[in-house]
Write a protein that binds this ligand. Structure first.
Ligand code: ADP
Length: 493
């Protein structure tokens, strides 16, 4: 099959978050299975050009119709760790992708609407006819709309579109002028509430709603989140639309890059280990204590690694810190926040606690330290309020660190409670709680600490059971191929 991904990120060349890892990891797995995969990205001035091999112009003078005129683009080609990537570079006054950072501008909807249109124009003009287009999040959500409304008639009739929503909180809300600049026009038609109109702002266009309507299939990043977005408020207003289109909507769990996250070979950790010699994990625990100046004590290390964002259950992370310290455990946090107030809170907490020999809080982004924490800690807490998929718990499992999670989204799909899961005992891999309050968290954390202190042999069984789960791209890629085949088949019928 010939698949083209159109996305705003691809790891590690252009990465802001998990979306980049998914685009890279899924593409890699599909290629390993013999499919032809190409990725179309914007050519950002801030991308990591050192991660792109052989970058050169492969298509000149791509004229993209825009706002009644046209913008000239060059299309560059290069390999991002083996993946074939095309980078679109517009030459225009607006400097769409030459702004020193990826997102955060008032005209983000226009920037990515332009990119969406340019990607289709490139396929058309360069004579590329993939079987499937796979788009990601609101940034490329106009691709299926433009494909159906403008490009099918122009020669791209046989292309099928699959769209993945990684985060429902960001839907791409724009003024109606987006319709005019892209050539869609007809604001009354497209802006209707059952088309692309937004529920909150009746004059606005909701790009994600358009993507849901116009794609042949829509996915989100875990089966349970696919249920939640239709039945609770974490669909952020799109639940009804998804209900109407539920026969073409499903959840596919993200995979983890098992090459990057491999405790047997990881260059970031001093002591390599696997399920059969999990005792060697202790070398990483020692290294972690030395690096963060924690005392050497017969206590488990409880960790949090992740963004400091309201979504992650900040009050419960705070509570987990104090509760662990009061119950014969150590606590390590590595967190980065984009909101000033949140960072400030955690800096204050850090000042208050860092003299404690059982606690270390590190505010910032540190890839190297993250690997050491996953390898050296005993427990990882993730008390998220909502979590579309979550990668941290899967990394923890791979590194023999037992996850303690709230039963939401992808966490519910990947972590099975040691005491209460309906799964057979040998498949259980962590601790799970329901309610987003202190008592809820304690109900799981206390059981985890109790097992570590009281039943070390059973705790070790739990660790090795967790390590035996396969959360690589192996299964998810198979599911995506099933979706691609399904929508290709629609074409024939
Ligand atoms: P989200 O996509 O909501 O940020 P995920 O759990 O899906 O959460 O993925 C988070 C990824 O980012 C993990 O690989 C995690 O290790 C990494 N990460 C998050 N914050 C940090 C940080 N401060 N330092 C290093 N790595 C981080």
């Amino acid at each position: 099959m010939y698949i083209v991904m159109i996305a705003s990120e691809c790891a590690p060349a252009a990465k802001v978050g998990g979306l980049a890892d998914v685009v890279y990891g899924l593409s890699r797995e599909l290629e390993l299975r013999g499919h032809a995969v190409e990725i179309i990205l914007p050519k950002y001035d801030c991308m990591r050009a050192d991660q792109v091999r052989g970058l050169e112009i492969s298509y000149r003078d791509l004229w993209v119709p825009w706002d009644g005129g046209a913008i000239r683009c060059s299309v560059w080609f290069g390999f991002v760790h083996g993946r074939k990537c095309f980078f679109i570079e517009p030459q225009c006054q607006q400097q769409f992708f030459n702004r020193g950072t990826y997102y955060g501008f008032a005209d983000d909807p226009e920037r990515f609407a332009f990119f969406s249109k340019a990607a289709l124009e490139y396929l058309l003009q360069a004579g590329k006819r993939p079987d499937v287009l796979h788009t990601h999040d609101w940034h490329t959500g106009l691709v299926p709309v433009l494909l159906y409304e403008l490009y099918a008639g122009a020669g791209l009739a046989d292309l099928r579109a699959c769209h993945t929503i990684h985060n429902f909180r960001h839907q791409g809300i724009s003024g109606p002028h987006i319709l005019q600049v892209t050539g869609l026009g007809r604001p009354e038609y497209f802006g209707a509430p059952d088309r692309m109109g937004d529920d909150l702002d009746h004059h606005a266009i909701n790009i994600t709603r358009g993507a849901i309507l116009y794609s042949n299939f829509v996915t989100t990043v875990s089966p349970h989140h696919a249920w939640e977005v239709r039945h609770s408020d974490v669909g952020f207003g799109l639940g009804h639309t998804l209900h109407l289109h539920q026969d073409k909507f499903g959840g596919i769990l993200n995979g983890l890059d098992y090459e990057m996250w491999n405790p047997e070979l990881d260059p970031h950790i001093p002591s390599h280990f696997s399920r059969s010699n999990v005792g060697k994990k202790a070398g990483n625990t020692r290294a972690l204590r030395e690096r963060l100046l924690l005392r050497d004590a017969a206590r488990p290390i409880v960790a949090y690694v992740g963004r400091l964002d309201a979504q992650k259950g900040l009050h419960l992370i705070r509570h987990a810190i104090f509760h662990s310290l009061q119950h014969e455990a150590q606590f390590v946090l590595l967190g980065s926040g984009s909101e000033h107030g949140i960072n400030e809170d955690f800096w204050q907490l850090r000042c208050r606690l860092n003299d404690d020999p059982d606690c270390h809080l590190e505010i910032g982004y540190d890839e190297d330290l993250a690997h050491l924490i996953y390898a050296g800690a005993d427990l990882l807490v993730m008390p998220s309020l909502y979590e579309p998929c979550g990668l941290s718990q899967m990394i923890a499992l791979r590194y023999g660190t037992v996850p303690v999670v709230r039963a939401v989204g992808g966490l519910k799909d990947t972590v099975f409670d040691w005491d209460f899961s309906e799964r057979p005992r040998h498949e259980r891999n962590g601790f799970v709680f329901e309610h987003a309050d202190n008592r809820g968290l304690e109900s799981a954390l206390d059981r985890a600490l109790g097992l570590w202190h009281g039943e070390p042999a059973l705790f070790r069984d739990l660790v090795t059971q967790g390590m035996s789960w396969d959360y690589s791209w192996n299964h998810p890629a198979q599911h995506y191929l099933g979706v691609y085949e399904f929508i290709r088949h629609q074409q024939d019928s």
